[in-house]
Design a protein. Structure first.
Length: 438
C-alpha cells in the first residue's frame, strides 16, 4: 500500500473520531452557563485569547448564583490551563471545550477537551452556555466536493448530488412523450412535428430545471456534472443552446445507463467511479463491491462478524478492516477474582443492561469489570498495532445496507487464506454455541 493511501486511511479515521466526538459534545448538557466553547483560528494570538479569558473571569465573579458562579469560574480556569499548553496557535487552529456536564445518572462531571482540527478552521468563537457549540466543527466535516447528476430518459428526468458518502435526490419528474407510429395518413407529418415539438419542450424543461438546481449566485454549486440515461436525450441536452453554458463547462462525463430514475442514478454513480474517485460514496461502493466479490470467490481470504474479525486481527492476517461507522458494541474486560483469568467480551447495550455477562457459567463466580470502552473507539486507536488499514462505511448505499444486515457490520480482507471451519474444529468451538459468537 502506498504512502498516499495510508495517509488517506488515517485522515478518514481521524474524521470519524472527530465526528464521534462532535456527537458526544452536542449531546452533553450542563446547569447554568458553565460550559465553555472556545475556537481560535490559525492566525489567532495566545496572549490575546488569554486576556479575553482573564476579563471573562472578572465578569463571572459577579454572577449572583453561587453554584453557577463557581462552575463558570472553574471552567474558565480550566480553559486557561489548557491554553497554557500552547506557545502559539497550531496551523489548523485550536478548539477547547471545558465545563461541568450532567451525566445520565444526574451526577456532575468535569469535562475538558482540547485538540487541533484536521483542517483549518476560520471561525472565531467564545461562548458560555448550557451546551457545547459544535456547529463550526460540523461544517468542517461537510465534504466540499459536490457532484451533480442528471438522469434523462423517455419517461422522465432526475436531478441528484453525490458528496462524501451521501447521495441525495434533489428533484425528479415524469413525462409522457408521443411515440412513433405509422398511422395518420395525410396527418403523419403533423404528428411527427408534434412529436419533435414535445421532445424539444422536454429538453427545454430539463435544461431550465438544471439551471435552477445546479446554479447558485451566478455560478455552479457543483464541482462537476454527469449526464446519464438510456436514450439520446442526454446528448441532445448537452448540445442544446438552451442548456446553461456555465453547466456545460463543468460536464465531466456522459454515460449510458440501462435504466432511468433512481436505478439509473445508482448505475450512473457506479459507472462514473473513475471520474469521482475521491468521493467517499463511490469509494465505499467500490470497496464493498470488491468485498462481496471476494466472498463470492470463496477463497477464504475474507472474514466477517466480530468473533472471526478479532481472531484474524490477533493473527495479523487482516489487510483491510471494514467497519460500519455506527456499530454499537462495547469492549468489556472481565477478570475472575479467584483465578485472575481475564476475559474480553464484545457486547451490545441490551446485553450490558441485562447483566448476565458478569456471571461465570462454570464456577458461578461474579466477574469483575476492569475496563469498558466503545468497540469502535478501541479499533480506531489500535488497528495499526495489528498491521491493518481501516475503512468506515455507512448503510446508505445498497451494498452498505447488505454489509450491515448480512455480515454484522464488521469484516475485512485477509493477507492469506484462513479456513475458519477447520480452525473451529481444532479449537473445539461449536457454531451453535451463542457464547462462541460474542
Amino acid at each position: 500500500m502506498s504512502q498516499s493511501e495510508d495517509d488517506d486511511h488515517e485522515r478518514l479515521v481521524e474524521q470519524w473520531k472527530i465526528r464521534k466526538l462532535i456527537k458526544r459534545l452536542s449531546e452533553a448538557r450542563g446547569n447554568g452557563t458553565s460550559m465553555i466553547s472556545l475556537i481560535i483560528p490559525p492566525k489567532g494570538q495566545v496572549a490575546q485569547v488569554n486576556n479575553l479569558l482573564l476579563s471573562e473571569h472578572g465578569t463571572a465573579s459577579n454572577i449572583k448564583s453561587r453554584v453557577n458562579r463557581l462552575s463558570v469560574l472553574s471552567a474558565i480556569t480550566s480553559t486557561r490551563e489548557r491554553l497554557k499548553l500552547y506557545n502559539k496557535i497550531p496551523p489548523n487552529g485550536l478548539v477547547i471545550y471545558c465545563g461541568t456536564v450532567v451525566t445520565d445518572e444526574g451526577k456532575e462531571k468535569k469535562l475538558s477537551i482540547h485538540f487541533e482540527p484536521f483542517k483549518p478552521i476560520n471561525k472565531k468563537l467564545y461562548l458560555c452556555d448550557n451546551k457545547f457549540h459544535v456547529e463550526p466543527l460540523q461544517k468542517l466535516l461537510e465534504c466540499s466536493s459536490v457532484f451533480g447528476f442528471i438522469i434523462m430518459d423517455g419517461n422522465g428526468c432526475l436531478y441528484g448530488t453525490v458528496t462524501g458518502n451521501h447521495c441525495e435526490i434533489k428533484h425528479k419528474f415524469s413525462v409522457e412523450l408521443p411515440k412513433k407510429h405509422g398511422r395518420g395518413g395525410q396527418s403523419a407529418v403533423r404528428f411527427a412535428r408534434l412529436r419533435v415539438e414535445a421532445r424539444h419542450n422536454y429538453v427545454r424543461k430539463c435544461a431550465e430545471l438544471a439551471t435552477q438546481h445546479f446554479i447558485t449566485g451566478d455560478r455552479p454549486n457543483v464541482e462537476g456534472l454527469v449526464l446519464a440515461g438510456c436514450a439520446s436525450f442526454k446528448h441532445e441536452l448537452n448540445k442544446s443552446d438552451i442548456f446553461d453554458g456555465r453547466l456545460k463547462a463543468v460536464v465531466l462525463k456522459i454515460v449510458d445507463t440501462s435504466y432511468g430514475g433512481e436505478n439509473g442514478f445508482n448505475q450512473a454513480i457506479q459507472m462514473s467511479k473513475d471520474t469521482l474517485a475521491n468521493v467517499q460514496f463511490v469509494r465505499e461502493k467500490k470497496l464493498l463491491t470488491d468485498y462481496m466479490q471476494e466472498i463470492a470467490m470463496d477463497n477464504n481470504k475474507y472474514c466477517f462478524g466480530v468473533r472471526d474479525t478479532i481472531r484474524a486481527l490477533e493473527m495479523g492476517s487482516v489487510k483491510t478492516l471494514i467497519v460500519w461507522e455506527e456499530l454499537a458494541l462495547t469492549r468489556v474486560t472481565l477478570v475472575n477474582p479467584t483465578s485472575k483469568d481475564e476475559k474480553i467480551l464484545y457486547l451490545s447495550q441490551q446485553e450490558i443492561e441485562k447483566g448476565d455477562f458478569q456471571k461465570d457459567e462454570q464456577s458461578g463466580v461474579t466477574l469483575d469489570v476492569t475496563d469498558k470502552i466503545d468497540f469502535l473507539e478501541w479499533l480506531a486507536d489500535n488497528y495499526k498495532n495489528y498491521g491493518a488499514s481501516m475503512e468506515f462505511v455507512t448503510d446508505r448505499s445498497q451494498e452498505g445496507a447488505q454489509f450491515v444486515r448480512g455480515f454484522g457490520g464488521i469484516g475485512g480482507f485477509l493477507r492469506w487464506q484462513v479456513n475458519w471451519s477447520e480452525m473451529d474444529d481444532y479449537l473445539g468451538i461449536d457454531d451453535d454455541d451463542d457464547e462462541a459468537w460474542i
